[in-house]
Design a protein around this ligand. Structure first.
Ligand code: SAM
Length: 473
Protein backbone atom coordinates (compact mmCIF):
# COMPACT_ATOMS: atom_id res chain seq x y z
CA UNK A 1 0.00 0.00 0.00
CA UNK A 2 1.25 3.47 -0.88
CA UNK A 3 1.88 5.86 2.08
CA UNK A 4 0.01 9.08 1.40
CA UNK A 5 0.66 12.48 3.02
CA UNK A 6 -1.46 12.52 6.19
CA UNK A 7 -3.62 15.56 5.56
CA UNK A 8 -4.17 14.54 1.93
CA UNK A 9 -5.38 11.13 3.07
CA UNK A 10 -7.68 12.72 5.68
CA UNK A 11 -9.26 15.02 3.08
CA UNK A 12 -9.68 12.25 0.51
CA UNK A 13 -11.33 9.96 3.07
CA UNK A 14 -13.93 12.67 3.74
CA UNK A 15 -14.38 13.46 0.05
CA UNK A 16 -14.63 9.86 -1.15
CA UNK A 17 -16.37 8.08 1.73
CA UNK A 18 -16.86 4.39 0.91
CA UNK A 19 -14.86 4.76 -2.29
CA UNK A 20 -11.66 5.64 -0.46
CA UNK A 21 -10.24 2.07 -0.10
CA UNK A 22 -10.68 1.43 -3.85
CA UNK A 23 -9.14 4.81 -4.64
CA UNK A 24 -6.15 4.29 -2.38
CA UNK A 25 -5.65 0.71 -3.65
CA UNK A 26 -5.61 1.99 -7.25
CA UNK A 27 -2.65 4.22 -6.41
CA UNK A 28 -0.59 1.11 -5.69
CA UNK A 29 -1.55 -0.49 -9.03
CA UNK A 30 0.46 -0.29 -12.24
CA UNK A 31 0.09 2.59 -14.69
CA UNK A 32 -1.84 2.54 -17.95
CA UNK A 33 0.10 3.62 -21.03
CA UNK A 34 -1.58 5.58 -23.77
CA UNK A 35 -0.81 7.49 -26.95
CA UNK A 36 -2.68 9.82 -29.26
CA UNK A 37 -2.04 9.37 -32.96
CA UNK A 38 -1.54 12.32 -35.30
CA UNK A 39 -4.53 12.01 -37.64
CA UNK A 40 -2.79 14.09 -40.31
CA UNK A 41 0.08 11.59 -40.42
CA UNK A 42 -1.40 8.21 -39.46
CA UNK A 43 -4.44 7.15 -41.42
CA UNK A 44 -4.41 3.40 -40.71
CA UNK A 45 -5.80 3.10 -37.21
CA UNK A 46 -3.70 0.93 -34.90
CA UNK A 47 -5.11 -2.36 -33.71
CA UNK A 48 -5.16 -1.27 -30.06
CA UNK A 49 -7.75 -0.67 -27.34
CA UNK A 50 -9.33 2.76 -27.91
CA UNK A 51 -9.52 5.46 -25.23
CA UNK A 52 -13.30 5.98 -24.94
CA UNK A 53 -13.15 9.78 -24.58
CA UNK A 54 -10.88 10.46 -27.55
CA UNK A 55 -11.14 9.36 -31.18
CA UNK A 56 -7.35 9.30 -31.64
CA UNK A 57 -6.38 7.87 -28.23
CA UNK A 58 -5.18 4.30 -27.67
CA UNK A 59 -3.99 2.21 -24.74
CA UNK A 60 -0.78 0.23 -25.10
CA UNK A 61 -0.38 -3.21 -23.60
CA UNK A 62 3.15 -2.40 -22.54
CA UNK A 63 5.31 0.70 -22.57
CA UNK A 64 7.93 0.57 -25.32
CA UNK A 65 11.14 2.58 -25.22
CA UNK A 66 9.63 5.43 -27.25
CA UNK A 67 13.07 6.92 -27.91
CA UNK A 68 13.83 3.90 -30.11
CA UNK A 69 10.79 4.48 -32.33
CA UNK A 70 11.51 6.81 -35.29
CA UNK A 71 7.76 7.45 -35.66
CA UNK A 72 7.75 9.00 -32.19
CA UNK A 73 10.42 11.47 -33.39
CA UNK A 74 8.49 11.99 -36.63
CA UNK A 75 5.44 13.30 -34.75
CA UNK A 76 3.25 10.38 -35.81
CA UNK A 77 1.91 10.10 -32.27
CA UNK A 78 2.17 11.78 -28.86
CA UNK A 79 2.54 9.92 -25.59
CA UNK A 80 -0.20 11.23 -23.34
CA UNK A 81 -2.01 10.20 -20.20
CA UNK A 82 -5.57 9.22 -21.16
CA UNK A 83 -7.62 11.38 -18.72
CA UNK A 84 -6.25 14.55 -20.36
CA UNK A 85 -7.63 13.41 -23.71
CA UNK A 86 -11.13 14.31 -22.48
CA UNK A 87 -10.41 17.78 -23.95
CA UNK A 88 -11.86 16.47 -27.22
CA UNK A 89 -15.36 16.32 -25.68
CA UNK A 90 -15.41 20.12 -25.38
CA UNK A 91 -13.81 20.80 -28.75
CA UNK A 92 -15.97 18.48 -30.80
CA UNK A 93 -19.00 20.71 -30.22
CA UNK A 94 -17.38 23.34 -32.42
CA UNK A 95 -17.13 21.01 -35.44
CA UNK A 96 -14.91 22.45 -38.17
CA UNK A 97 -15.60 26.07 -37.23
CA UNK A 98 -12.84 28.57 -37.90
CA UNK A 99 -11.50 29.40 -34.43
CA UNK A 100 -8.78 31.33 -32.66
CA UNK A 101 -7.59 29.28 -29.72
CA UNK A 102 -5.11 30.01 -26.93
CA UNK A 103 -3.44 27.22 -24.98
CA UNK A 104 -2.07 29.38 -22.17
CA UNK A 105 -0.01 26.91 -20.08
CA UNK A 106 1.04 24.66 -22.91
CA UNK A 107 4.43 22.97 -22.33
CA UNK A 108 5.33 20.24 -23.11
CA UNK A 109 2.49 20.24 -25.64
CA UNK A 110 -0.03 17.49 -24.83
CA UNK A 111 -3.09 19.74 -25.08
CA UNK A 112 -1.63 21.80 -27.95
CA UNK A 113 -0.91 18.80 -30.19
CA UNK A 114 -4.39 17.54 -29.38
CA UNK A 115 -5.94 20.94 -30.20
CA UNK A 116 -4.02 21.01 -33.46
CA UNK A 117 -5.43 17.61 -34.36
CA UNK A 118 -8.98 18.74 -33.58
CA UNK A 119 -8.98 22.23 -35.11
CA UNK A 120 -9.73 22.92 -38.75
CA UNK A 121 -6.85 23.95 -41.05
CA UNK A 122 -8.19 27.52 -41.16
CA UNK A 123 -8.19 27.86 -37.36
CA UNK A 124 -5.27 29.38 -35.50
CA UNK A 125 -3.66 28.02 -32.33
CA UNK A 126 -1.53 30.21 -30.10
CA UNK A 127 0.39 27.92 -27.83
CA UNK A 128 2.02 29.73 -24.91
CA UNK A 129 4.44 28.75 -22.17
CA UNK A 130 5.79 31.27 -19.66
CA UNK A 131 9.02 29.41 -18.82
CA UNK A 132 11.49 29.89 -21.65
CA UNK A 133 13.25 26.50 -21.48
CA UNK A 134 9.87 24.77 -21.46
CA UNK A 135 8.68 26.92 -24.38
CA UNK A 136 11.59 25.46 -26.42
CA UNK A 137 10.37 21.91 -25.69
CA UNK A 138 6.84 22.97 -26.63
CA UNK A 139 8.12 24.43 -29.88
CA UNK A 140 10.03 21.23 -30.71
CA UNK A 141 6.98 19.05 -30.06
CA UNK A 142 4.73 21.25 -32.19
CA UNK A 143 7.25 21.31 -35.04
CA UNK A 144 7.30 17.51 -34.95
CA UNK A 145 3.50 17.43 -34.92
CA UNK A 146 3.68 19.36 -38.18
CA UNK A 147 0.84 21.91 -38.30
CA UNK A 148 1.49 25.32 -39.83
CA UNK A 149 -1.48 27.20 -38.31
CA UNK A 150 0.36 27.65 -35.00
CA UNK A 151 2.22 30.40 -33.17
CA UNK A 152 4.30 29.47 -30.12
CA UNK A 153 4.78 32.31 -27.63
CA UNK A 154 6.60 32.74 -24.32
CA UNK A 155 4.58 35.21 -22.27
CA UNK A 156 3.15 35.81 -18.85
CA UNK A 157 -0.66 35.43 -18.77
CA UNK A 158 -1.11 39.15 -18.08
CA UNK A 159 0.53 40.00 -21.45
CA UNK A 160 -2.57 38.60 -23.19
CA UNK A 161 -4.64 41.55 -21.97
CA UNK A 162 -3.01 43.39 -24.91
CA UNK A 163 -5.27 41.29 -27.16
CA UNK A 164 -8.75 42.08 -25.80
CA UNK A 165 -11.54 39.81 -27.01
CA UNK A 166 -9.14 37.98 -29.35
CA UNK A 167 -9.84 34.30 -28.66
CA UNK A 168 -12.86 32.05 -29.20
CA UNK A 169 -11.45 29.43 -26.86
CA UNK A 170 -8.87 29.64 -24.08
CA UNK A 171 -7.45 26.50 -22.51
CA UNK A 172 -5.96 26.96 -19.03
CA UNK A 173 -4.30 23.68 -18.03
CA UNK A 174 -3.08 25.26 -14.84
CA UNK A 175 0.07 24.56 -12.83
CA UNK A 176 -1.28 22.73 -9.76
CA UNK A 177 -0.40 20.70 -6.67
CA UNK A 178 -0.36 17.53 -8.81
CA UNK A 179 -2.25 15.17 -6.49
CA UNK A 180 -3.50 13.25 -9.52
CA UNK A 181 0.10 12.37 -10.41
CA UNK A 182 1.06 10.64 -7.15
CA UNK A 183 0.99 7.22 -8.84
CA UNK A 184 2.77 8.27 -12.04
CA UNK A 185 5.34 10.54 -10.43
CA UNK A 186 5.99 9.79 -6.72
CA UNK A 187 8.18 12.93 -6.48
CA UNK A 188 4.91 14.93 -6.78
CA UNK A 189 4.04 13.48 -3.37
CA UNK A 190 7.32 14.68 -1.85
CA UNK A 191 6.75 18.21 -3.12
CA UNK A 192 3.13 18.24 -1.95
CA UNK A 193 1.90 20.26 1.06
CA UNK A 194 -1.40 21.96 2.02
CA UNK A 195 0.43 25.33 1.88
CA UNK A 196 1.62 24.63 -1.65
CA UNK A 197 -1.91 23.63 -2.74
CA UNK A 198 -3.26 26.90 -1.27
CA UNK A 199 -0.52 28.82 -3.05
CA UNK A 200 -1.42 27.03 -6.33
CA UNK A 201 -5.09 27.99 -5.91
CA UNK A 202 -4.20 31.69 -5.63
CA UNK A 203 -1.86 31.50 -8.60
CA UNK A 204 -4.59 29.80 -10.65
CA UNK A 205 -7.03 32.63 -9.87
CA UNK A 206 -4.45 35.19 -10.88
CA UNK A 207 -3.83 33.34 -14.17
CA UNK A 208 -7.59 33.18 -14.87
CA UNK A 209 -8.09 36.86 -14.07
CA UNK A 210 -5.08 37.91 -16.17
CA UNK A 211 -6.11 36.02 -19.30
CA UNK A 212 -9.86 36.71 -19.02
CA UNK A 213 -9.90 39.99 -21.03
CA UNK A 214 -8.50 38.23 -24.10
CA UNK A 215 -11.50 35.88 -24.33
CA UNK A 216 -14.18 37.13 -26.73
CA UNK A 217 -17.76 37.58 -25.60
CA UNK A 218 -19.47 34.23 -26.20
CA UNK A 219 -16.10 32.44 -26.01
CA UNK A 220 -15.31 29.39 -23.90
CA UNK A 221 -12.67 29.06 -21.20
CA UNK A 222 -11.66 25.49 -20.53
CA UNK A 223 -10.01 24.96 -17.17
CA UNK A 224 -8.17 21.84 -16.03
CA UNK A 225 -5.79 20.59 -13.36
CA UNK A 226 -4.30 17.23 -12.44
CA UNK A 227 -5.26 17.50 -8.80
CA UNK A 228 -8.18 16.46 -6.58
CA UNK A 229 -8.08 19.46 -4.30
CA UNK A 230 -11.46 21.33 -4.43
CA UNK A 231 -9.66 24.59 -3.61
CA UNK A 232 -7.88 24.39 -6.97
CA UNK A 233 -10.89 22.96 -8.80
CA UNK A 234 -14.58 23.58 -8.01
CA UNK A 235 -13.76 26.55 -5.79
CA UNK A 236 -11.90 28.22 -8.64
CA UNK A 237 -14.81 27.61 -11.01
CA UNK A 238 -17.14 29.10 -8.40
CA UNK A 239 -14.77 32.04 -8.04
CA UNK A 240 -14.68 32.56 -11.81
CA UNK A 241 -18.48 32.42 -12.02
CA UNK A 242 -18.62 35.26 -9.47
CA UNK A 243 -15.67 37.20 -10.90
CA UNK A 244 -17.29 37.64 -14.34
CA UNK A 245 -20.61 37.16 -16.11
CA UNK A 246 -20.49 33.61 -17.36
CA UNK A 247 -22.71 30.62 -17.99
CA UNK A 248 -22.03 26.91 -17.45
CA UNK A 249 -20.97 24.61 -20.23
CA UNK A 250 -22.35 21.12 -19.69
CA UNK A 251 -21.42 17.93 -21.53
CA UNK A 252 -23.51 14.89 -22.17
CA UNK A 253 -21.29 11.93 -21.37
CA UNK A 254 -22.07 8.24 -20.88
CA UNK A 255 -21.87 6.84 -17.36
CA UNK A 256 -19.76 3.93 -18.63
CA UNK A 257 -16.76 6.28 -18.97
CA UNK A 258 -16.45 6.44 -15.19
CA UNK A 259 -16.15 10.23 -15.14
CA UNK A 260 -17.60 11.76 -11.95
CA UNK A 261 -19.71 14.91 -12.39
CA UNK A 262 -19.62 17.48 -9.58
CA UNK A 263 -20.99 20.98 -9.36
CA UNK A 264 -19.72 24.43 -8.44
CA UNK A 265 -22.34 27.16 -8.13
CA UNK A 266 -24.45 25.32 -10.70
CA UNK A 267 -21.48 24.79 -13.06
CA UNK A 268 -20.84 21.13 -13.99
CA UNK A 269 -17.32 19.90 -13.38
CA UNK A 270 -15.74 16.58 -14.37
CA UNK A 271 -13.44 14.52 -12.18
CA UNK A 272 -11.28 11.53 -13.06
CA UNK A 273 -10.24 9.03 -10.38
CA UNK A 274 -7.80 6.18 -11.04
CA UNK A 275 -10.10 3.53 -9.56
CA UNK A 276 -12.85 4.49 -12.03
CA UNK A 277 -10.96 5.27 -15.26
CA UNK A 278 -7.88 3.79 -16.96
CA UNK A 279 -5.90 6.93 -16.29
CA UNK A 280 -4.62 9.38 -13.70
CA UNK A 281 -6.38 11.99 -11.56
CA UNK A 282 -7.74 14.95 -13.48
CA UNK A 283 -10.29 17.76 -13.18
CA UNK A 284 -11.92 19.87 -15.87
CA UNK A 285 -14.77 22.35 -16.35
CA UNK A 286 -15.66 25.01 -18.90
CA UNK A 287 -17.43 28.36 -18.70
CA UNK A 288 -18.82 30.59 -21.41
CA UNK A 289 -18.18 34.32 -21.27
CA UNK A 290 -21.36 36.38 -21.41
CA UNK A 291 -20.01 39.89 -21.27
CA UNK A 292 -16.79 41.40 -22.48
CA UNK A 293 -15.05 42.56 -25.61
CA UNK A 294 -16.70 41.18 -28.72
CA UNK A 295 -14.30 39.96 -31.36
CA UNK A 296 -13.24 42.87 -33.55
CA UNK A 297 -14.54 42.67 -37.10
CA UNK A 298 -11.69 41.61 -39.35
CA UNK A 299 -10.15 44.59 -41.05
CA UNK A 300 -9.03 44.65 -44.61
CA UNK A 301 -5.62 43.06 -44.61
CA UNK A 302 -2.73 45.54 -44.44
CA UNK A 303 0.23 43.43 -43.45
CA UNK A 304 3.56 44.85 -42.37
CA UNK A 305 5.01 41.35 -42.64
CA UNK A 306 7.88 40.82 -45.12
CA UNK A 307 6.37 38.71 -47.90
CA UNK A 308 8.80 36.79 -50.12
CA UNK A 309 9.19 38.27 -53.61
CA UNK A 310 8.11 36.53 -56.83
CA UNK A 311 11.59 35.14 -57.61
CA UNK A 312 11.95 33.69 -54.10
CA UNK A 313 8.46 32.25 -54.26
CA UNK A 314 9.10 30.49 -57.53
CA UNK A 315 12.33 29.02 -56.14
CA UNK A 316 10.57 27.72 -53.04
CA UNK A 317 7.00 26.91 -53.98
CA UNK A 318 7.82 23.41 -55.30
CA UNK A 319 8.83 22.33 -51.79
CA UNK A 320 5.30 22.90 -50.59
CA UNK A 321 1.89 21.52 -51.30
CA UNK A 322 -0.40 23.92 -53.08
CA UNK A 323 -2.37 25.36 -50.16
CA UNK A 324 -3.54 28.88 -49.21
CA UNK A 325 -0.25 29.78 -47.55
CA UNK A 326 2.00 32.81 -47.77
CA UNK A 327 5.77 32.81 -47.74
CA UNK A 328 7.47 35.31 -45.45
CA UNK A 329 11.11 36.28 -45.61
CA UNK A 330 12.71 37.01 -42.24
CA UNK A 331 16.31 37.85 -43.17
CA UNK A 332 16.75 34.90 -45.48
CA UNK A 333 14.68 32.47 -43.39
CA UNK A 334 11.48 31.60 -45.22
CA UNK A 335 8.33 30.80 -43.28
CA UNK A 336 5.03 29.38 -44.50
CA UNK A 337 1.96 30.72 -42.74
CA UNK A 338 -1.78 30.57 -43.57
CA UNK A 339 -2.55 33.56 -45.79
CA UNK A 340 -5.87 34.10 -44.11
CA UNK A 341 -4.16 34.43 -40.70
CA UNK A 342 -1.46 36.99 -41.53
CA UNK A 343 -3.42 39.77 -39.79
CA UNK A 344 -3.37 37.79 -36.56
CA UNK A 345 0.33 37.01 -36.96
CA UNK A 346 0.94 40.74 -37.36
CA UNK A 347 -1.03 41.49 -34.19
CA UNK A 348 0.68 38.77 -32.17
CA UNK A 349 4.11 39.88 -33.40
CA UNK A 350 3.39 43.40 -32.15
CA UNK A 351 2.17 42.29 -28.73
CA UNK A 352 3.81 39.00 -27.67
CA UNK A 353 7.17 37.23 -27.69
CA UNK A 354 7.10 34.69 -30.51
CA UNK A 355 9.24 31.54 -30.31
CA UNK A 356 8.12 30.20 -33.67
CA UNK A 357 5.29 30.80 -36.13
CA UNK A 358 4.06 28.63 -38.96
CA UNK A 359 6.65 26.35 -40.55
CA UNK A 360 10.18 27.35 -41.46
CA UNK A 361 10.56 26.15 -45.04
CA UNK A 362 14.16 26.87 -45.97
CA UNK A 363 17.03 29.30 -46.28
CA UNK A 364 18.37 30.47 -49.60
CA UNK A 365 22.15 30.71 -49.82
CA UNK A 366 23.81 31.84 -53.05
CA UNK A 367 20.69 30.89 -54.94
CA UNK A 368 20.55 27.40 -53.35
CA UNK A 369 17.59 26.24 -51.34
CA UNK A 370 18.50 24.61 -48.01
CA UNK A 371 15.39 22.85 -46.65
CA UNK A 372 14.61 23.41 -42.96
CA UNK A 373 14.33 20.33 -40.76
CA UNK A 374 10.82 21.22 -39.64
CA UNK A 375 9.65 21.28 -43.25
CA UNK A 376 10.35 17.53 -43.46
CA UNK A 377 8.04 16.95 -40.48
CA UNK A 378 5.40 19.40 -41.64
CA UNK A 379 2.18 18.32 -43.29
CA UNK A 380 2.90 21.09 -45.85
CA UNK A 381 5.90 19.41 -47.40
CA UNK A 382 5.76 18.19 -50.99
CA UNK A 383 7.24 14.74 -50.49
CA UNK A 384 8.01 14.41 -54.21
CA UNK A 385 10.24 17.44 -54.55
CA UNK A 386 13.44 15.77 -53.31
CA UNK A 387 14.32 12.10 -53.75
CA UNK A 388 13.46 10.08 -50.68
CA UNK A 389 15.17 7.10 -49.08
CA UNK A 390 13.27 4.83 -46.72
CA UNK A 391 15.60 3.81 -43.88
CA UNK A 392 15.55 0.66 -41.81
CA UNK A 393 14.98 0.96 -38.07
CA UNK A 394 18.71 0.67 -37.31
CA UNK A 395 19.60 3.24 -39.97
CA UNK A 396 16.92 5.61 -38.65
CA UNK A 397 18.40 5.38 -35.16
CA UNK A 398 21.89 6.16 -36.53
CA UNK A 399 20.39 9.17 -38.32
CA UNK A 400 18.50 10.39 -35.23
CA UNK A 401 21.71 10.06 -33.20
CA UNK A 402 23.69 11.88 -35.92
CA UNK A 403 26.01 8.87 -36.27
CA UNK A 404 27.82 7.76 -39.42
CA UNK A 405 26.17 5.18 -41.66
CA UNK A 406 25.79 4.77 -45.39
CA UNK A 407 22.28 4.31 -46.78
CA UNK A 408 21.59 3.77 -50.42
CA UNK A 409 21.35 7.42 -51.47
CA UNK A 410 19.72 7.93 -54.85
CA UNK A 411 20.87 11.29 -56.06
CA UNK A 412 23.42 13.96 -55.24
CA UNK A 413 22.15 16.88 -53.18
CA UNK A 414 19.23 16.86 -50.77
CA UNK A 415 17.50 13.59 -49.96
CA UNK A 416 14.54 13.11 -47.65
CA UNK A 417 14.96 10.28 -45.15
CA UNK A 418 11.80 8.43 -44.21
CA UNK A 419 10.96 5.55 -41.91
CA UNK A 420 7.98 3.45 -42.99
CA UNK A 421 7.46 6.29 -45.47
CA UNK A 422 7.09 8.93 -42.75
CA UNK A 423 9.63 11.75 -43.15
CA UNK A 424 12.22 11.93 -40.37
CA UNK A 425 14.56 14.56 -41.85
CA UNK A 426 17.02 15.60 -44.55
CA UNK A 427 20.51 14.55 -45.58
CA UNK A 428 22.75 16.04 -48.26
CA UNK A 429 24.51 13.53 -50.48
CA UNK A 430 27.95 14.92 -51.29
CA UNK A 431 29.27 11.88 -53.16
CA UNK A 432 31.25 9.53 -50.93
CA UNK A 433 29.29 10.50 -47.79
CA UNK A 434 26.32 12.58 -46.70
CA UNK A 435 25.81 15.49 -44.32
CA UNK A 436 23.33 14.61 -41.60
CA UNK A 437 21.15 17.67 -41.03
CA UNK A 438 19.18 16.32 -38.07
CA UNK A 439 19.13 19.16 -35.46
CA UNK A 440 21.90 18.64 -32.88
CA UNK A 441 19.68 19.75 -30.02
CA UNK A 442 17.02 17.15 -30.93
CA UNK A 443 19.34 14.19 -31.40
CA UNK A 444 18.86 10.99 -29.40
CA UNK A 445 21.29 11.14 -26.50
CA UNK A 446 20.43 7.79 -24.93
CA UNK A 447 22.93 5.00 -25.52
CA UNK A 448 21.32 2.59 -27.96
CA UNK A 449 24.33 0.33 -28.56
CA UNK A 450 22.73 -2.66 -26.81
CA UNK A 451 19.66 -2.37 -29.06
CA UNK A 452 20.70 -4.10 -32.25
CA UNK A 453 19.50 -7.19 -34.09
CA UNK A 454 16.91 -9.29 -32.29
CA UNK A 455 16.94 -7.12 -29.13
CA UNK A 456 15.94 -4.09 -31.19
CA UNK A 457 13.26 -6.09 -33.02
CA UNK A 458 11.89 -7.21 -29.67
CA UNK A 459 11.47 -3.56 -28.66
CA UNK A 460 10.04 -2.69 -32.08
CA UNK A 461 7.23 -5.21 -31.57
CA UNK A 462 6.00 -3.02 -28.69
CA UNK A 463 5.85 0.14 -30.82
CA UNK A 464 2.27 1.43 -31.18
CA UNK A 465 2.03 1.78 -34.94
CA UNK A 466 1.74 -1.58 -36.70
CA UNK A 467 4.59 -2.44 -38.95
CA UNK A 468 5.75 -5.52 -40.72
CA UNK A 469 8.96 -6.42 -38.89
CA UNK A 470 10.01 -8.59 -41.85
CA UNK A 471 10.48 -5.33 -43.78
CA UNK A 472 13.53 -4.67 -41.63
CA UNK A 473 16.69 -5.65 -43.45
N1 SAM B 1 -0.87 21.74 -20.95
C1 SAM B 1 0.37 21.03 -20.82
C2 SAM B 1 0.26 19.72 -21.58
O1 SAM B 1 -0.85 19.24 -21.82
O2 SAM B 1 1.30 19.17 -21.98
C3 SAM B 1 0.77 20.82 -19.39
C4 SAM B 1 0.80 22.12 -18.62
S1 SAM B 1 1.37 22.00 -16.98
C5 SAM B 1 0.05 21.27 -16.16
C6 SAM B 1 1.30 23.67 -16.47
C7 SAM B 1 2.24 24.61 -17.19
O3 SAM B 1 2.04 25.93 -16.64
C8 SAM B 1 3.71 24.29 -17.03
O4 SAM B 1 4.32 24.17 -18.28
C9 SAM B 1 4.28 25.50 -16.27
O5 SAM B 1 5.57 25.86 -16.69
C10 SAM B 1 3.28 26.59 -16.60
N2 SAM B 1 3.25 27.66 -15.57
C11 SAM B 1 3.87 27.70 -14.37
N3 SAM B 1 3.61 28.85 -13.73
C12 SAM B 1 2.81 29.56 -14.54
C13 SAM B 1 2.21 30.85 -14.45
N4 SAM B 1 2.37 31.61 -13.37
N5 SAM B 1 1.45 31.28 -15.47
C14 SAM B 1 1.26 30.50 -16.55
N6 SAM B 1 1.81 29.27 -16.70
C15 SAM B 1 2.57 28.81 -15.71
Amino acid sequence: MIVLPESFERRMKIMMGNDFPAFSQSLANGLFHSIRINPRKITNLPDLEAVPTCSTGYFLEQRPIFTLDPLFHAGAYYVQESSSMFLEQYLKQFGKKKLKVLDLCAAPGGKSTHLNALLSDDSLLISNEVIHARAQILSENLKKWGNHNVIVTCNDPKDFSRLPGFFDIIVVDAPCSGEGLFRKDPSAMEEWSEENAAHCALRQRRILADVWPSLAEGGMLLYSTCTYNPVENEENIQWLSEFARTEPHALNIPESWGVVTTEANGYPCYRFYPHLVKGEGYFTAAVRKLEGNPQEPRQKFKSTLPLANKAEQSLISGLLQQLPISLLNFEGNYLAFPTDRLTELDQVKATLRIIHAGVKVCEIKQGNVIPAHELALSTLTNKNFFPSVDLTLEQSLHYLKREDFMPDLKEKGWNMFTYLNHPVGWAKNIGNRFNNSYPKEWRIRMSTSEYTGEKLMEEARKFPIKRDISEEK
